[in-house]
Design a protein around this ligand. Structure first.
Ligand code: FMN
Length: 209
């Protein structure tokens, strides 16, 4: 298969979405938890979560729709300044997928899609009880991406919760231990298996290959 830029641009919309969302590889499966002013909790699956640096500890996620501003998640973050990011547990991947449905604003995806909310450290955004790796974030910046109207939302990690036994002595986290899940495209889910681990690559230690 070969597709030129022109071929890509003339693909039927859904086919183009599926192909282009698949080509960057496996993405993390996360649920973004937010709360509106009236206290209603909202939950939505996001695959665009990316780490942007560790000092300060920043996480980005892309609000990809041209209509980002109508997404409850975006509106809640803008209004409250806080949100949570919760790794999807493998056993609840279908429930997590359901959160992408366009529910009415007054419907909480926590209740509708079978997740429990929990609160920690007086942080005013809901965490997902069933998730084993969870972050509480404070929004610090949003960058409009001029070329397509999407938005890169940047948050500072205020709280980080995960089981002790997924971390080794050097701080590496093993996602297999918590049965995390990956996303290909917009509808395909993959299991995660730890395959190997290598030390920092110094050019002096790279063997002749
Ligand atoms: C697998 C998957 C990954 C998704 N990732 C994103 C994403 O990274 N950014 C985004 O804006 N929407 C993403 N969506 C779409 C949102 O989940 C969807 O728009 C949802 O309805 C938003 O809910 P809200 O209106 O409650 O914010 C994804 C959907 C699926 C099924």
């Amino acid at each position: 298969m070969y597709l030129s830029n022109q071929d890509i641009e003339s693909l039927p919309r859904i086919r183009r979405i599926n192909i282009i969302n698949s080509i960057s590889g496996i993405k993390p499966a996360n649920l973004v938890g937010t709360q509106c002013d009236e206290g209603l909790a909202n939950l939505a699956i996001f695959s665009s979560v990316v780490h942007l640096g560790s000092d300060p500890a920043l996480i980005g996620c892309v609000f990809r729709s041209q209509h980002s501003r109508t997404q409850d998640t975006y509106r809640n973050i803008k209004a409250s300044g806080v949100y949570t990011i919760n790794q999807v547990p493998a056993e609840l991947m279908e429930n997590a997928h359901f959160t992408s449905a366009k529910f009415e604003r007054e419907v909480s995806e926590f209740d509708r899609c079978g997740f429990n909310k929990e609160y920690h450290f007086d942080f005013p955004a809901p965490f997902v009880k069933e998730s084993r790796l969870k972050l509480g974030l404070e929004m610090i910046e949003e960058i409009p991406i001029q070329s397509n109207g999407t938005i890169l939302m940047i948050g500072r990690i205020m709280h980080l919760i995960f089981p002790d036994d997924m971390m080794d002595a050097e701080g590496n986290l093993n996602l297999e231990v918590i049965d995390g899940i990956g996303i290909g495209g917009v509808n395909t889910y993959y299991s995660l298996r730890k395959v190997d681990q290598f030390p920092y690559a110094h050019k002096e230690t790279v063997p002749k290959l």
